[in-house]
Design a protein around this ligand. Structure first.
Ligand code: FE2
Ligand code: FE2
Length: 303
């Protein structure tokens, strides 16, 4: 492993909204109508600064001596082609400038059409390179400075409008087992959109949870030192009981009042987690706090 500590930014849940989206007749009978109404009533206010903040991140992250970016999904609000072209236009310079890892959120995989058309995967293609099983997109694993980042898709469209549960699915779990057994030695970090648990250690709510979180944990639990995710728009981190894994939810990078992101520095003995928050008055991110997570012995053996 490189003596130089790895430095990564972690952004998530930026929820770009296309205000000009108009629904077609057939959309009114679909879940897209509910998402569209929700975005008009609440999200368009909460995320009205999202394009400005994203453009700022795209410009500033390459200047911050980072080795890459983790993006844990929800680039869009209802996953329309117009929202993905917005995301593509805004993120293109960063996708070219820096290596990255990207997994879709439930809002990116909101509708079957968007999943079938691979809108997220096309937009973030350069952040989805790595080792995989055959030609399947998920899961994939990429090594940065000797650390393996194992990226799993936990999002899929649900039929009912109130259902925002995630699922990895048995087929992907089987591939994950195969991928994990084929990876060379090195510390592993799991990257998904959905959390394992809430910030208070309780399970996620019934209609919002990752349905097969336990099965995912059974495969990754012994190996992963961290589980990075988004989905919840408030940031938190806590250990997963009975393991040396720490779960880190970065929260939303653009939601009014919560807008923040993390910068991680992975050293042999600790992870330094810098929390940076959007300063609305000065149009920039400011450092808020630095949290230190000590690394377990098993991690240190890899250095
Ligand atoms: Fe979100
Ligand atoms: Fe989400």
């Amino acid at each position: 492993m490189s003596a130089q500590p790895l430095r990564l930014a972690h952004i998530s849940d930026v929820h770009l909204i296309d205000e000009k989206t108009r629904l077609r007749m057939r959309d009114w009978l679909s879940k897209r109508a509910v998402g569209w109404a929700n975005s008009r009533l609440t999200r368009s206010k909460l995320f009205r600064h999202a394009p400005e903040i994203c453009r700022h991140l795209v410009e500033q992250l390459p200047t911050r001596q980072l080795d890459g970016v983790i993006f844990t999904g929800d680039a869009t609000t209802i996953g329309t082609p117009r929202e993905f072209s917005m995301a593509s236009e805004i993120f293109a310079p960063l996708l070219q400038a820096m290596p990255g890892l990207a997994v879709p959120g439930n809002h990116d995989h909101y509708m079957r059409q968007s999943v079938r058309a691979r809108l997220f995967e096309t937009t973030f293609a350069s952040w989805q390179t790595g080792l995989r099983v055959d030609e399947h997109v998920y899961p994939f694993a990429r090594q940065l400075n000797g650390i393996w980042f194992v990226c799993v898709n936990s999002s899929r469209p649900n039929l009912a409008p109130w259902d925002s549960r995630g699922k990895v699915g048995q087929v992907q779990l089987d591939r994950l087992e195969k991928l994990m057994s084929s990876l060379p030695a090195g510390p592993k970090i799991l990257v998904t959109h959905y959390p394992y648990q809430l910030g208070n250690g309780h399970p996620e709510l019934r209609w919002r949870k990752l349905r097969d979180a336990r099965k995912l944990w059974d495969i990754m639990g012994k190996e992963a030192f961290f589980w990075f995710h988004g989905h919840r728009h408030v940031r938190y981190h806590l250990p997963i009981i009975g393991s040396s894994c720490v779960e880190v939810c970065v929260g939303s990078s653009t939601q009014e009042g919560r807008w923040s992101y993390h910068e991680y520095t992975f050293a042999r003995d600790q992870l330094v987690m810098l929390h940076r928050m959007w300063n609305k008055a000065d149009h920039r991110f400011d450092d808020v706090s630095e949290e230190i997570i000590p690394m377990p012995e098993a991690w240190q053996k890899h250095f």
